[in-house]
Unconditional design. Structure first.
Length: 374
């Protein structure tokens, strides 16, 4: 390829990326419009849904507020575990801001991760420590999302029920989870394996990015090896705490849904807790596909269809799903915007930025001259 051809390819790449973004945005907008303007009104008239909402008692309103508050405070613990030196208030602000970005900005989780990295750098944490924390928290969240459909199928089987779509999702989830866990174990096993897997992953990622008009990734095998060095010691000491914090935090999201169902006239006689969990697990997995910000439209449609399919009354299910989505999104967006005032505070009051990193991993900072520049 001569210089002229290379220049033409480089000029065309931004246009291809722009078309891809517009196409993805159009698809997402169509899904949201179809869900709220066409599909949900066919399942339950919005006037009937409003009638159900008006039956909400103050006792159930308090229960919903409590479940929502519990969900919000459990965002922070995985970050506290994965990034030594990060306090609860700062971790809470970080997770609310990054999650708000993931909800309102196209690109989903990737935007939230980028936002988390930027916030932590402004607070003075070193790049390698942030990279380790972002990677571990993201991995553990995905492990949980992939494992829930598998657990749901098992629980449904014990209860004597089954759903073909959930079974398919569980089968795929189990396969991806197995590969992911095996890959992580291989990366952590030795520096040679970490480098080889990193190089292979970088080639695959660069190939995939090339198909959508983007350049190759800037990382590779050495990046995986650096992650291994950073992660092994922390996981050896804290893997079980990180696992408990991740599952505990994500299951409080399900608690909000279950309380909403019971509060809005969908009793256990119509939809059991296990069936509600199965619907939630499927919707959560499908919602991770970055079609719409925060899975808007996809999650509502999946949850409603599954819960009605299990026997829930239409108006009650739609009301509960809408309340659930409101309580798991709007408070986070509001708190994320309010938390921007904490951006310039050090991660610990009374400490200079970055002092916690030196205490948390002095040997790594001493070995890596780039750590100080980061």
């Amino acid at each position: 390829m001569n210089r002229t051809d290379t220049a033409q390819v480089e000029q065309q790449a931004p246009r291809r990326r722009s078309r891809h973004r517009y196409l993805l945005g159009a698809v997402g907008a169509a899904i949201v419009l179809a869900t709220f303007a066409l599909v949900l009104p066919k399942i339950a008239d919005y006037r009937d849904v409003w009638d159900v909402l008006q039956t909400l008692s103050w006792q159930w309103a308090v229960a919903l507020a409590g479940a929502t508050a519990l969900n919000l405070v459990t965002f922070a613990p995985p970050w506290i575990v994965a990034l030594p030196g990060l306090g609860f208030v700062q971790a809470f602000a970080l997770t609310q801001m990054s999650t708000a970005l993931a909800i309102v900005v196209p690109g989903g989780a990737a935007v939230g991760i980028a936002g988390s990295y930027g916030i932590l750098r402004r607070w003075g944490f070193a790049g390698p420590s942030i990279g380790r924390a972002v990677t571990l928290v993201s991995l553990w969240n995905q492990f949980a999302n992939l494992s829930y459909p598998v657990l749901a199928v098992f629980l449904l089987a014990m209860q004597g029920g089954e759903t073909p779509l959930l079974g398919t999702a569980a089968f795929i989830g189990a396969g991806v989870l197995g590969v992911a866990v095996a890959g992580l174990a291989a990366v952590l096993a030795s520096d040679r394996t970490a480098t080889d897997i990193g190089d292979l992953t970088a080639r695959l990622a660069s190939w995939a990015r090339g198909k959508i008009g983007r350049g190759p990734v800037a990382w590779g095998g050495p990046s995986f090896d650096r992650f291994r060095v950073e992660a092994v010691e922390l996981l050896r000491r804290r893997w079980h705490v990180l696992t408990i914090a991740t599952y505990g935090g994500t299951l409080t999201v399900f608690l909000v849904l279950l309380v909403a169902l019971r509060a809005l006239g969908v009793p256990a006689a119509e939809v059991t807790a296990v069936e509600a969990f199965a619907a939630w697990a499927l919707a959560r997995l499908l919602g991770t596909i970055p079609i719409t910000p925060g899975g808007i439209g996809v999650v509502e449609l999946t949850l409603t269809a599954a819960l009605v399919g299990f026997g829930g009354n239409n108006a009650g299910v739609v009301a509960a799903v809408l309340v659930y989505r409101f309580l798991t999104m709007v408070p986070t967006i509001a708190l994320g915007l309010a938390a921007t005032s904490l951006l310039n505070r050090p991660a610990r009051l009374g400490e200079s930025p970055g002092s916690h990193d030196a205490a948390a991993s002095p040997r790594r900072d001493a070995e890596d001259p780039n750590a100080r520049r980061n």
